[in-house]
Design a protein around this ligand. Sequence first.
Ligand code: ADP
Ligand code: MG
Length: 143
Amino acid sequence: MIKHYGNLPQVECYAGQLNQVFMNVLSNAIDALEESLADNQAQITTPTITIHTEQIDAHQVEIRIADNGLGIPESVRQRLFDPFFTTKPVGKGTGMGLSISYQIVTEKHGGSLSCTSETGEGAEFQIRIPVSQEVNKNVAVDV
Ligand SMILES: Nc1ncnc2c1ncn2[C@@H]1O[C@H](COP(=O)(O)OP(=O)(O)O)[C@@H](O)[C@H]1O
Ligand SMILES: [Mg+2]
């Protein structure tokens, strides 16, 4: 586990829900690393999860969580955030982790959740969260 923690400002957020997001993304990263260890074709690398945090500008912070597992093919990447989409065996995956995480980040916080990946070279998830929920609150009131 490699941690690059930047200086973050105080962030107004639903902390319990964001923790759930981090746990979902981290547990997927661990699953991906376990899969790559079990895959005889995969290159031998040290299973690593790298976390970056940084303040992007006055208004938002970014948390990036990367693994060096097998990566995510384009066909899977298109469906990552769909409810019940899973590539894991029955009983292991529910396919709900990223779908719930996406809702928490985008709808609850007005942030963004995205993923980049090269097949065979691992995956990285980027979570952006506004520092203040003021704008988001006003939007919610208008609706
Ligand atoms: N770090 C990752 N590396 C490779 N595939 C991933 C990663 N994170 C998510 N995925 C893919 O996205 C799918 C959906 O993830 P998720 O919504 O958490 O459901 P689940 O973990 O229950 O399958 C996973 O089944 C997997 O195929
Ligand atoms: Mg999951």
